[in-house]
Design a protein around this ligand. Sequence first.
Ligand SMILES: *[C@@H]1O[C@H](CO)[C@@H](O)[C@H](O)[C@H]1NC(C)=O
Ligand SMILES: *[C@@H]1O[C@H](CO)[C@@H](O)[C@H](O)[C@H]1NC(C)=O
Length: 205
Amino acid sequence: MGHTSFGALGLFCVPHPVLTVSPSWTSPGDSVTLTCSVGPPSAGWRFFWYKAVPDMSDYYTYELLAGGTTGTEQDSYILHGQTHTAGYVCRARRGDPVFYTLYSDVKFVWSGGVNPAASFTVSPHRLQHFSIESLSLICEGNSAEWRVMKVDEDGDVSTCSDWGEMTGSTCNTNTTASSGVYWCESETQSSNAANITIHSEFIFI
Ligand SMILES: *[C@@H]1O[C@H](CO)[C@@H](O)[C@H](O)[C@H]1NC(C)=O
Ligand SMILES: *[C@@H]1O[C@H](CO)[C@@H](O)[C@H](O)[C@H]1NC(C)=O
């Protein structure tokens, strides 16, 4: 019975757009293309593009990208001169009366390049035997409060508090934490990002 009412609610579901970023790893000065898909029927939408600004008491707040208040007719948006790791979000609007979709999930553009205002390092460094049981993920830079972010192989976003323990600006975690992309964030800075790959015997950083 409960299931029936959930099914009925599904009919009125507000579309949840899917944002893709390409490439997701950039070098300083690269252009990055954001694409927002709403699903059919896809005509008549205007698209809105946001930067995801880290919020230490929550996940992110969304800030419209420059010139974005009227949206774009195209479902893609090019970021020129992307330098640091950053998150983006889109949503779409159409009709009169105006109807907005939900916001997409946050998608990230990662940079492996060093940002002097925010650095991310992993200890122990380099290839390690799996008998090492813990990793320290270290944030350094011009901010008082940091968090360590992770996107796993399924694209799920989480922070150190979900799988480790933040002590000052270092996150200590067991190596059983899964593989993924890791980086540091404060409210004003984002660090370089790193791939951490854990196979049964070895950790690749
Ligand atoms: C992380 O892995 C991706 C995909 O394999 C690769 O393109 C990227 O360059 C790697 N980043 C770093 C900092 O090694
Ligand atoms: C790692 O795992 C061990 C054993 O399960 C546990 O005692 C320890 O608290 C864990 N460390 C962290 C940082 O979660």
